[in-house]
Write a protein that binds this ligand. Structure first.
Ligand SMILES: Cc1cc2nc3c(=O)[nH]c(=O)nc-3n(C[C@H](O)[C@H](O)[C@H](O)COP(=O)(O)OP(=O)(O)OC[C@H]3O[C@@H](n4cnc5c(N)ncnc54)[C@H](O)[C@@H]3O)c2cc1C
Length: 462
């Protein structure tokens, strides 16, 4: 065997030519053209859905049911979006839609089963013959001028180009629309007590605790909101006092306990990271750590004060932090808070009778806030009347071949605080999936469809 000195070894390793030795590929200097990664071209589809949250899954299902060739691309390893990845739940909001009802029934109800919800969603997609890829992040749209013609996926096997007749952006953040040059808004405008500072709702690390005594807990006293401590204080008042005394982290002024699938478990919605932007990687990194660091003090507070929590322990942490608000892609139409509070109906509705409060977690401090008017000061939560979402909210201005669905549709900061919840997000997905499949079948731009065609399927039952 040839003997090599140190200098020879380094030289040969650099050239990848050590005689008789297996050189680890990672040390080869020149890439081997035979193994160099190339951008693959995926077989063309009718509808490419980007993002596998409630909106994306509903869109893919509806497009699949109509016979479209569908591919859904999800960046993480589980379907379900915020619910599954960030332990968000229960499914909130209401709409008039038999399709959405079917999805909720398929999930087994509104309480999210964090362990198996992704498999339930997968079964629904399979039944609808909608193909999907996990671990497939959408890197950028394919474009022909202002028309989106598919997307490029970033995967472990390399880049994959997926040509598509119509693309649905259900990434929550409007990633595809943004990269296609769509106009968008982010954050709040001026409110009764603040300037237009562009701040968004805070992020939160939801977490699960086990070891809760059901018989002692606040639930058995008619729920957290009705419970009174011996000194007459409510749970919310106790939380606010604890925050003022420094017993809870600075931004945690409200500790929400949600029941779970098991009697001894609760999901805790309390941690709060303000002044961070979910479209900035540095902010996301910082928020993940800050949110997780708040968990232990919140647990200690629960164990000390919450009835039934004395022996509670953390039994589940989410894969990623929950992001409530980022880009709102500006569409042909725009939903305002007035329309939501008034319960506006629309001839071009593709979602009917959506209903949820304007639920703004304070962008600049503890607790809940909202920005409707001075009649609704910080901490109040105006109710909306059932409202419609018009088709134009799903059509990014000036861009063809693309629909948006979910929390990134066109509307104001305050309006989004209502339509962001999962049940309403699903309904926008239903509408986008129906529209995408129709447009692909008729070989027209989604914008060219007659709304009544979408309504017929989206509001139908078959
Ligand atoms: C802390 C918190 C608590 C909440 N509490 C509730 C609650 O109790 N009840 C309720 O109904 N709603 C709640 N919400 C709101 C709700 O969870 C979301 O607004 C809702 O999930 C939005 O649905 P979506 O499909 O638009 O987006 P998401 O659920 O965010 O789904 C988007 C999907 O797209 C994927 N994705 C993103 N970018 C890419 C990309 N580039 N390529 C491929 N895939 C991508 C994501 O991984 C994700 O799976 C809460 C939200 C937060 C953050």
């Amino acid at each position: 065997m040839q003997r090599l000195n140190r200098r020879d070894t380094i030289k040969h390793l650099a050239l990848g030519t050590v005689a008789g030795l297996a050189v680890p590929p990672c040390l080869a200097a020149e890439p081997d053209p035979a193994t160099t990664r190339k951008t693959e071209i995926w077989p063309a589809v009718d509808v490419l859905v980007c993002g596998g949250g409630p909106a994306g899954i509903a869109a893919a299902m509806m497009a699949g049911r109509q016979g479209a060739r569908v591919l859904l691309a999800e960046r993480y390893g589980r379907l379900g979006g915020m619910a599954v990845q960030a332990m968000v739940g229960p499914l909130m909001g209401d709409v008039e839609s038999t399709w959405v009802k079917q999805i909720i029934d398929g999930l087994g109800g509104r309480k999210v089963d964090y362990e198996f919800a992704d498999l339930k969603y997968a079964a629904m997609l399979e039944e609808a013959r909608a193909d999907f890829l996990l671990h497939a992040a959408v890197a950028e749209p394919r474009r022909d001028g202002n028309r989106v013609t598919g997307a490029r996926l970033l995967t472990k096997q390399g880049l994959i180009d997926v040509p598509a007749r119509v693309v649905v952006d259900a990434t929550g953040d409007g990633d595809v629309a943004f990269a296609a040059g769509a106009q968008f808004e982010q954050g709040r405008g001026a409110g009764p007590a603040w300037p237009a500072d562009g701040l968004v709702q805070p992020m939160s690390i939801m977490f699960r605790v086990s070891g809760v005594s059901h018989t002692e807990s606040m639930d058995t006293h008619g729920g957290r909101n009705r419970y009174r401590f011996p000194d007459g204080r409510s749970w919310d008042e106790l939380c606010r006092d604890a925050n003022a005394k420094g017993e809870l982290p600075k931004m945690v002024g409200k500790v929400r306990t949600y029941s779970s699938h098991r009697e001894d478990q609760r999901v805790i919605n309390a941690t709060q990271v303000n002044h961070v932007d979910g479209t900035k990687v540095r902010d996301l990194t910082q928020a993940e750590l800050e949110g997780r660091r708040q968990v232990e003090p919140v647990l200690a507070f629960l164990r000390k004060h919450a009835p039934g929590f004395r022996d509670a322990y953390v039994s589940g942490m989410p894969a990623v932090i929950g992001v409530r608000e980022t880009r709102r892609i500006l569409g042909d139409e725009y939903l305002t808070v007035k329309e939501i509070v008034d319960g506006a109906r629309s001839a071009s509705a593709v979602v009917r009778k959506a209903e949820f409060s304007i639920d703004i977690h304070n962008p600049d401090g503890i607790g809940q806030a909202q920005g409707v008017s001075s009649e609704h000061p910080l901490g109040t939560d105006p109710k909306c009347r059932p409202y419609d979402i018009p088709y134009g909210c799903l059509l990014p201005r000036g861009i063809e071949g693309l629909l948006v669905a979910g929390r990134c549709i066109s509307g104001s900061h305050e309006a989004m605080a209502s339509y962001r919840v999962q049940v309403i997000a699903m309904a926008t997905g239903v509408a986008a999936g129906v529209a995408a499949a129709l447009a692909a079948r008729q070989d027209v731009a989604p914008r060219a469809l007659e709304v009544v065609q979408i309504q017929k399927v989206a509001f139908g039952t078959a």
